[in-house]
Design a protein around this ligand. Structure first.
Ligand code: ADP
Length: 469
């Protein structure tokens, strides 16, 4: 009986089931046993070796249990296996509802049928306990796994939380930075907007100024056209008038000479003096008209320049005779001091003489008797030009008038020295002529001490020097 119980117990246990099944089978006169236990709603098979554990078909199970129950204590039958349907020789014992024990491979009912039936409930409860223990262990394992996983998860969460916190701190710093940048950008945007508005206003102002300028420009152009036209008309008028005046003036000079020669009868001393005054007046007038004509011709661009190498020494020599009487009349010292007798400029000889004559006449005219007039070379200046100075010890010119004297009809000195001499055209004509020959005239002066006029002309290099005029 004890061995029987041991075998039944080992059949019900998972670890010893196969051995227990074989041992119990032999003890009951068969080969092995299969125990069927209804566990809750599902039938569970505690199989003999070679049988699977789960019943495949509920109907097959029920009919199997029914057959086993009907066999009773003596029943041995050939029945279909509920597992694979094959015929097996079986002795079955059952409690009629929950549990069936089938002994396979036996032809007779075992002797211990009564004990077996009593032991069936024990077998069922051991089996159920086993199952519960297995279930509990499986659930404990699941719970352990779950706990392990949740620990891992917690650690991972911790790590993630740390990372998140750092990221949050970084994000906060970035947010603050962004906020600052945002402020800055807003300020800059406002500044830019203000600048844009200012620029727009300036643009509008500029546009209106441009309009004004354009308007002023067109007015200026009109004025310039009108002035040019007036200038041309003036030059033409002066040219015609000068020509018309010179004819009767020359006639006056001729008649004065005829009277002086006594052609119309004897001339008294008083008449001779009057004739001399008429002659001086006529010459002055003729000079004036010639100057006006000259200026008109220069302004209308009708003057032609014949540029050749001109020897300064020889040009000065030629005009010496012309200024000699005036120099002597005022007892002035006249000195020509050229460093080099062969000093040569590229110019129109007649015009150089006209300019020098004008500068010398002015020097004599504005220097009191006993003074000195000197012609020499300027010390400064580039190698490409020659400066010829005419200096005097005369009345000089106030600094603020130095540029005015080159304007037509400008005369600086007062009425005492004027005495009908000059027209105020000489320097204007002279400077125009000098510029027409690529030169210029400059002046330095100290009132009461004297003036120095410098005529600048292009020098002639030795290679280009040709025949001297
Ligand atoms: P003009 O001699 O016929 O009056 P210019 O054009 O030659 O005309 O000279 C203009 C003025 O410049 C003169 O009236 C005079 O006031 C001044 N001027 C010219 N040369 C001298 C000089 N050497 N010394 C002082 N004043 C001068």
């Amino acid at each position: 009986m004890t061995e029987l119980i041991d075998d039944i117990v080992s059949v019900s246990r998972a670890g010893t089931r196969a051995a227990g099944s074989a041992s119990l089978g032999r003890r009951l006169g068969g080969t092995s046993v299969i125990v069927f236990v209804r566990d809750e709603a599902v039938g569970v098979l505690l199989p003999a070796p070679g049988y699977s554990q789960t019943l495949p078909d509920a109907r097959a199970w029920r009919s199997f249990v029914d057959v086993c129950a009907r066999l009773g204590e003596s029943g041995v039958a050939q029945i279909a296996s509920p597992v694979d349907g094959s015929l097996m020789s079986v002795y079955g014992v059952s409690d009629g509802k929950e549990i069936v024990m089938a002994v396979l491979g036996t032809g007779t009912a075992p002797a211990c049928t009564g004990e077996l039936r009593q032991l069936l409930p024990l077998l069922a409860s051991i089996f159920k306990g086993e199952r519960s223990a297995a279930n509990a262990e499986a659930q404990a394992r699941i719970a352990r796994d779950a706990a392990h996983r949740s620990e891992e998860l917690a650690a991972a969460l911790d790590r993630a939380r740390g990372g998140l916190q750092r990221a949050l701190a970084d994000a906060e710093v970035s947010r603050q930075d962004l906020k600052a940048v945002n402020h800055q950008l807003r300020d800059q945007a406002m500044e830019l907007e203000a600048q844009a508005e200012e620029m727009e206003a300036q643009g509008e102002e500029l546009a209106s100024q441009a309009d004004d300028l354009q308007h002023a420009n067109s007015q200026l152009e009109q004025a310039r056209d009108a002035a040019e036209q007036a200038n041309r008309a003036k030059s033409e008028f002066l040219a015609v008038m000068s020509h018309e005046l010179r004819t009767p003036l020359n006639a006056i000079a001729g008649h004065v000479q005829l009277i002086e020669l006594g052609i119309y009868g004897a001339v008294t001393e008083q008449q001779r003096e009057a004739l001399a005054r008429i002659d001086r007046g006529q010459r002055h007038l003729l000079g004036l008209i010639n100057d006006i004509l000259n200026l008109a011709r220069i302004e209308s661009g009708k003057v032609e320049y014949r540029l050749d190498p001109v020897s300064i020494a020889s040009a000065l020599e030629d005009i010496r005779s012309m200024v000699e009487p005036q120099l002597r009349g005022k007892e002035l010292i006249y000195e020509v001091s050229l460093p080099d007798e062969s000093l040569t400029v590229l110019a129109d000889r007649d015009k150089v003489q006209q300019i020098l004559l004008n500068l010398l006449s002015n020097a004599i005219k504005f220097t009191p008797p006993g003074g000195k007039v000197t012609v020499s070379c300027a010390t400064s200046g580039s190698a490409s030009s020659v400066g010829l100075t005419v200096a005097d010890t005369g009345i000089g010119i106030a600094e603020e008038r130095l540029q005015d004297i080159f304007e037509p009809f400008v005369q600086v000195e007062g009425g005492r020295t004027r005495q009908g001499q000059g027209t105020g055209l000489g320097l204007s004509i002279s400077r125009d002529l000098a510029r027409g020959m690529n030169g210029d005239i400059t002046v330095e002066s100290i009132p009461s001490e004297g003036s120095t006029f410098t005529l600048w002309l292009p020098s002639v290099s030795t290679t280009t020097q040709g025949t001297l005029v």
